[in-house]
Ligand binder design. Sequence first.
Ligand SMILES: [Zn+2]
Length: 651
Amino acid sequence: MTAPTTSRRPSTLAPPVRTRARTALSPLAPGHAHISGGFWWTRQDRNRVDALAAGYEQLEASGTLDNFRIAAGTCTGRVKGMIFQDSDVYKWLEAVAHEIGRAEDPLLRSRQEEVTALVAAAQQPDGYLNSVHQLRHGPEERYSDLAWNHELYCYGHLFQAAVAQARSTGKTTLLDVSLRVLDHLVAVFGVGRHEGVPGHPEIEMALVELYRETGRDHALELARFFVDRRGHGYLSSLGHEPTYFSDRVPVREASTVEGHAVRALYLAAGATDLAIEGADIELLAHLRSVFATMLATKTYVTGGMGSRWVGEAYGDPYELSTDHGYAETCAGIAVLQWAWRLLLASGDEQYADVIERTLFNAILPGVSLDGTEFFYVNPLQLRSGAQLTGGTSAVNGRRGWFQCACCPPNVMRTLSSLDQYIATATEGGLQIHQFASGTYTANVGLERLGIEVTTGYPHDGRVVLRVVEAPETVASLSVRIPAWAESALLDAGDGLQEVAGSGVQVLDRRFQIGEEIVLDIDMSPRFVTAPHRVDASRGTVALERGPLVYAIEQADQEGSALVDDALVDPGAPVVEHPIEDLDGVVAVDLTGAAAPEPSAATIDRSWPYAPWTPEPAPAKAHVWRAIPYFAWANRGIGPMRVWLPVISGSR
Ligand SMILES: [Zn+2]
């Protein structure tokens, strides 16, 4: 397989076309970011070669493409699937567009053109487009149930696909469809017209992106209308519980995220886009405060979002159950999108830290190592004896598709656009936020600063940055020093310096082509604890190594001891084992013990609770092998846990 080498146009979030927007950092210019090797390239390659092909087949098998054909009148049959099924096609189209932007592919290109034509053919003469709604409901029912019918949500994904397609191929078929939808929406929605808001946010950030691509002011105004209108009781006036919809209070008054996690995060990302475009410092500061509260009280150690199955929702502060945690893959993607916008807006490197944690530990677990199977839900523990439940449960293992297939194509578009999340530019230089082998270039005046990154990250902490293009003038190169790093050495040509704790290292100078800057981050395993209010994780530790959260999975354990009974001694030495299995991760052996297995219920002794004693029951010494959490459930499904109970009296 060949690494992608070309990219003609930007694949995501290009700079606005005309705006008074102010951001601290800008996305790299068209063709200036290429992941070309290493860990993330492997993930992208499987996404490109295997997942997009499998996705196309799933769209066909599920009837999703047929819905468009039937709506267009080119075939007959019964409409199938969820009311928001069109969005699966749009997410897949967006992923394909990003991939064609990275490297040409005739098969992907022909499928892109075929599916784009299906979408265009299904659009109604007045611009309305929702194949499922068109086939199930009459025109008089349009936008009559905004809470659940997802018409506006689907448009959001259509717009994002259209912008990606226009940028990567120069073709505007999907963009033309989107602009007809926009004209239609402007005629329907607004003050004095339909004053409803979407039940599922998504269109807000997509409208801003459509504005950035086309300069259509109406798109920006409509996004602002949907965000400002929210929280004033429209959805609750229809009889709906407002918290679920992030409709309890206006965005500017919300103190935290609540309700359905993906809804809350997409709304926040869209509001951040509006804060950027409007240079609205007050709104941006408010959103940063909400983000900080979310991190402090409602975020799993993996970066996962949303702890409740009911409503796929955030729980109360510190309500972060491990075995019943929801942490939908899409919610990880949503927080990535919000954090990226906050990073651009503020330049604050803490958002890049969140992006890193989320990518490796909240999004990546959502896809199998071979790229074609997906978790919808990402709990931090699976118990022995877990029962098969609904289709989205992790008990089923990863799956190729779901009845509600939001996650698989969302992962596809995220991996295919990953190049754009690695680095940013300012007028004076380049900022490296994530460590992925590849080449990243910033315009500095009329010249360029280009850096080639080579690294074995996330398993190895050595990152080599080689200058491949250098301006004649002084330029700035900044490198994130991960917040988790207990020690990090930087050699910028004048010897090794300890830089851990600095957040970011900035080098201002005249760079020379061929010079190397070496960052060496200590990847020693470390144990972390949860805030004491997280009752579900009290008395436990989690293992981290580099940016990766670890888990112990039954498949790795010697003997008959179950991970349900694991105890560890976080004060004892650990042993690292690079292994070939699981695409070559570093396994970590932990000193610990196995608690006595609870006795099975018997007629005369079934009560499991016993009087408290100062001496716990003796445990048997045991070594537990841990692997990166993202890699679990690739050898069948079995017991697993991230939070590890500590042996009483540990050092
Ligand atoms: Zn999802």
